[in-house]
Each structure stands twice: as C-alpha cells, then as structure tokens.
Ligand binder design. Structure first.
Ligand SMILES: [Fe+2]
Length: 304
C-alpha cells in the first residue's frame, strides 16, 4: 500500500501553538447519564477560558446493542462537542462495534453522523485503520478500529472477527504507515483508543509499528479506564507508561465515564510547532487539575 507523505495531510490548526482537549470512553449506555457527564465536562472546560483549538475523541464514545439508543447517544455527543465550535478528530473504539458484535448489524451511528458533520474528522470509510491531520505543522496519526461496510469482518481489541483474510490486508497497511512516519522530517504524534505495548491494555496489532521511528514523540490513548481495578490492579492510576527501549512518551487519558472508576477524567495537550509541550489531566467532577506532565525534550540549555 502506498501511503502519501504525512506533510500532505490537512492542517486543522495552522498557528504556532494549540490547546487540544483529548478524551475517550464516555461509554455510558443510558443517554441521560451520558449527556450529564459530557455536558459537565464541556461546561468545566469552557469555565477555564476560551475553547480549545481542537478536540480529539479517542473512542468508546457510544456503546450498547440498541440501534435507537446508539443513535440518541450519537446526537448527544455531536450536540455537546458542537458547543465548542472547533474541529473534532474522532476514532472508533471497541464499543462502537457493539451493534456488530451483538447483533451482526454493520451500523456505527456516531461514525456515520461524524462523516456528515463539517467540523468532524475521521477515517474516510469504516474500513480504514487510520487518518492524519496536522496541528501546528505536526502530523498526528489517528488509529481507529475498523469494520467492513458489508459486515463481513470487523476488528476490535480481541482481533479480527469474520472474514479473517482482512488480517492480510491489515499487514499491508501498518508497516507502510511506519515507513511514512519514519520518512517525515519532523516530529509525529499518535492518538488512538488503545495503548502501544508497554501501556495499559495494549493492542497487539500495533506491534506492526515497531520498532517505532525515533521521530514518533507521543502516543495518547484510552480503553484502560484509569483507576479500574478489574482491568488494571497493578498500577491503576499510572498515567505515564513508557514503551521499553523507545523515547516516545505514552499516556492513558481515560476515562470520561464515572461508573467503572471514580471521577470524570480527560486531558489538555499543549502543542507548539517544535512538538508537544505539556499534558494536563483534569477531573471534570471535582473541577481540578490532577497531574501535569512536561513533554518538552531536554535541551542543553534545559539540562544546565
Ligand atoms: Fe475500549
């Protein structure tokens, strides 16, 4: 597969710096509960000052095996995030596959709605694994779960379901993506629903991106709901999880939902042309910052 230069990807923020709101795992099946948590988070964000320059929505935004309910949840997500009036980059997670997983219905209501919204950016088709957009001149590769339009196969954290020949196609996509990242002359960022190996609840198929190109500076993900002891008893509150042998920084920014774990958490990423500057974790229920990570690379001046 021939992947075009990352430098050709559309620019969503052209200025020298940007504030980006990054969240995942709203994952509340009851529409009233989802609307309450998401509207609280947007209210909290707007109380801090001007809206962010962009939003990254990293999957499991809707869930449940009822089509009408997922459509209702999708309208809520579109309406609440629309209050910010900025570009939104969206990838599907495993719960966007709930209608397919439970009933074999190849419908993805939020994805379908996002494709029709001018401010929303996502994969060109449900069968694509990634898309790229630029912020402050830095390409960001957004990794998505993918599914056949005819329902013959679909992919989630467990693997490929249905037509397993899809795995052959997948093997033809991620290695060329790795080469395209390595060819880019500046820093590149990753964002998606799942962690890379070394992170919490990592996705096996991302092994195909290894060894990670040295210009890959940051990966942000959800799926491993922070503080959820049932999936991560060893280090349930550890946001920063290194990828062994690599300088890339990796952070779990989940989760907006407040049922599986206490709080409603997301992150604000500060970016500049030279690369990521900082990542701050916020609890929207407590309306306070929980942690802040300095992402600027060490320079001789900073070491002194
Ligand atoms: Fe998930």
């Amino acid at each position: 597969m021939n992947i075009p230069s990352l430098a050709e990807a559309p620019h969503l923020v052209r200025g020298p710096r940007a504030r980006i709101w990054v969240h995942s795992d709203l994952q509340l099946g009851h529409p009233a509960a989802a609307e309450a948590i998401l509207s609280t988070a947007v209210d909290d964000l707007l109380s801090l000052g001007p809206p962010p320059d962009a939003v990254w929505c990293l999957g499991d935004a809707v869930c449940g095996s009822d089509l009408q309910q997922q459509e209702q949840l999708s309208r809520i997500v579109i309406a609440q995030l629309g209050r910010l009036g900025v570009p939104i980059c969206y990838v599907m997670g495993n719960h966007e596959m709930d209608l397919m997983r439970v009933h074999g219905i190849p419908r993805y209501p939020l994805y379908e709605a996002a494709r029709a919204e001018p401010l929303w950016h996502t994969t060109d088709t449900s069968e694509d694994v990634f898309f790229v957009r630029q912020f402050c001149g830095i390409p960001v590769v957004f990794l998505s779960d993918d599914a056949a339009r005819d329902g013959s196969w679909w992919v989630n954290h467990v693997g490929v379901h249905g037509e397993t020949a899809h795995r052959k196609g997948e093997a033809l996509i991620l290695p060329p993506l790795r080469e395209a990242i390595a060819r880019h002359p500046g820093p590149v960022l990753l964002a998606g629903h799942y962690a890379l190996p070394g992170g919490q609840r990592p996705l096996t198929r991302l092994d195909a991106l290894f060894p990670l190109p040295p210009n890959l500076r940051l990966h942000l993900h959800g799926h491993a709901h922070i503080g959820d002891l049932s999936i991560n008893a060893a280090n349930p509150w550890q946001r920063e999880n290194p990828v062994e042998g690599h300088s890339l920084r990796q952070y779990n920014i989940s989760a907006l939902e407040n049922v599986r774990s206490p709080g409603s958490h997301s992150a604000v990423l500060e970016l500049e042309t030279a690369g990521p500057v900082s990542l701050a974790i916020r609890c929207h229920l407590e309306r306070r910052w929980l942690e802040r990570f300095d992402l600027a690379p060490l320079t001789a001046a900073r070491i002194r």
